[in-house]
Structures are given as structure tokens and as C-alpha cells.
Design a binder for this molecule. Sequence first.
Ligand SMILES: *Cc1c(COP(=O)(O)O)cnc(C)c1O
Length: 404
Amino acid sequence: MTDHSLPQGLHPETLAVREAVERSQWGEHSEALYLASSFVQPNAETAARRFAGQEEGYTYSRTSNPTVTSFERRLAALEGTECAVATSTGMSAILLVALTALKTGDHVICSQSMFGSTIKLLGTEMARFGVETSFVSQTNIDEWKAAIRPNTRMLFAETPTNPLTDLCDIAALAEIAHAHGALLAVDNSFATPILQQPAKLGADVVVHSGTKFLDGQGRVMAGAVCGTVALVDKVMGTFLRSGGLNLAPFNAWVVMKGLETLALRVKAESASALELATWLEAHPKVARVYYPGLASHPQHALAMRQQNGMGGAVIAFDVIGQGAEQLRANAFHVVDSTQVCSITANLGDVKTTITHPASTSHGRLTEEQRQAAGIGQGLIRISVGLEHLDDLKADLSRGLDTLK
Ligand SMILES: *Cc1c(COP(=O)(O)O)cnc(C)c1O
């Protein structure tokens, strides 16, 4: 549905609060929430044209819903893509990409440091349908290049990674993918369009878990795929509408309202994270800090170039200690000494979250796999929220200062 009331050429900040389907006859200021599974047709002729796709108009919420359309248009405006389609979760967005971009006999390359469920979905579930997956280094572009085969259809990247904040160079991956007629898909859940717009760097498909920063207040699960009308709306959207991977209107409304404050939240969280990371790096009980905004990050220059000069909200750090057992005890002590931070593996929230990856998000890996991934027992991950920085420092000091 098109709304002609907005002028052309508006900036993303404006579109983040203004882009939506047109107001109803009641003139509501905040966007309406259309909790309706179906839509009444004015007459049989119109119904026939709408069902045949010859006329725009809502018929059934699995096909489209005005609240969902508003979220899709707003997110596409922020990502700078022609369109977006909304899905029930981030994983259903990745499933949608996998089921539409790949078929039996195809090959996909992705980083071994991607989100755990993505690795399971592509590497294990899709293998049952005859899709081959190669896992390569997040940071070594030559490994991606070397993994290309004649049947490679897609490169799938996620940057920065969870929890160690390793980056990959989106523009370089796009070049490799396109030289071989493959697609580049980028999971932008961590960075958000405020830090980077992968489509502008050459990505064909941009995937989101709306559950993280887009909602940003821990309320709903949501997902989306952004890109061109030809690929994302016509091919992926058609599958979505038949397959029922839809986002519910209520969740769409919540995450759409989240987009209104996304830029303010991400910039504030990123600024706090930089200060906190700098402070942690100087702390005697901290062995190492992983944060793209720090000059000590091996990919600091790439991060500043690719991420709009920002490091993002997520920090990981190793506490001091000797041997796995003591490292784990020390990390648990710091986590358990917090009184403000929430102990939860979720991220991207306005409430700061703290987690011990080796025993939670990466707990199912073998010790060997964890070591290869660089996720030690002393590692703690924080997703910085909007609390006062002094309160966060005090919260972490409680545990760090009492470490033996
Ligand atoms: C959380 C997350 C997902 C999965 O999203 P859900 O909404 O939980 O399904 C995918 N990718 C990344 C990077 C994530 O952080």
C-alpha cells in the first residue's frame, strides 16, 4: 500500500518515526494496531481483483496486514532497501532466506562464529535437504574465497559476532560473492542499520532478528528480510505468504514503535559501551577486552569505517585467573555480584544484560570447540543498556574488586 502524504527524499531519522501506512478515517496520531485476521471486501468484483493480485488491498493477514506493512516499510527505509518482509522471529527470517535462495545440490559458505541456531539450521537441518555448508573463519577473507565451489549460491555473514565482536568486511565479501554469481546475505541484528547498512556495501539480502535492538525493550520476538522487490518481495515474500512465517500484527506494532527510538538508543548504548570498555581495559582484574570501538581491537580500523564510527553496545571481556576452573569461578563471581545488570543471554535491550557464554549460549559446544572459538571460561559478555554509566561501573566493580 502506498501513502502519498510524505514528501520524497526524507532522511532515515524522519522516516523512522513517519513511514507507515496511511492513517485510518479516525486520524490516530500513533499508528493503529490492526488486530484482524481477515479484511472485509467492498464487493465481489474488488475481492476477485485483490485475490488475483490485480489490485492492492488487504484480504487476509497471512498475505498482508496494515500494521505489518508499516513495520516493513519503516525498516526498509532505515536499511535503505527497496522493501522488507517481516517474519515471526529472526530464525524464521533466516529459514526463509535458506528455503528460497537454496535448493538441493547448492552450497553455502558462512562463518564458523555465527549465531548458534544459524549454524545448526544451515549446517544440520538444511543438510537433510541436500544443501552443503562450509564454515570458514570470520576474519580471514581468503578462507571465504578458497571455499567457493561451482555450486556456491550464497555467502552468509554476521558482523560483528557474538560474543567476541569479530568483524568481517561486507564489501569484500560482496565482491567475492558477485564474482561467482552468488548472493551475499548479512545478518544485521547485532549492528542494526544505525551502525551499518549492508545493502549499501553490496549485500543482496539483509536479515534481522527484531527481538534484539529493533524492539530494544525485550517485549516481543520478530524478524525481517530486506532487499530488492524482485528478490525479497516477489520470491521470498511469495514463499512467506504461502508458508505462513508471518509476524503477528501485535508484535509488528511493538517492534515498529521500537524503530522510532532505535537511533537514539543505539548511539547512546554505543557511547556508554565505549566508555565502559575503556574503563574495563584499565581494570587490574580484567585480562582482555573485546570491543570494536577500542584501538586494541584487531579490526578497529574496519569497524570505524564499516560501522559509522561506532563500536556498538556489546562488550566481551576475560577476567583474570589461572586454569579453567578458577576462570569460571571468577567469572561467576563477577556475574553474581551484579545487582543492576540482568543475568540473561538476551541482548540489545535498554536494560544492561550480562552473561557467561561458555556455560549458556555456547554451553553445548565441546571444550575443544569452545577453545577454537576463543570462548574461555573467564569470558563475560555485556550488552550495554541505558542505565547511568557510574551505576554500571559500580555494579561490575562489586565483583571485580573482590576477585582474589
Ligand atoms: C537472536 C539472533 C538471531 C535469532 O533471532 P530470534 O529472533 O531469536 O529468532 C539471529 N541472529 C542473531 C545475530 C541473533 O542475535
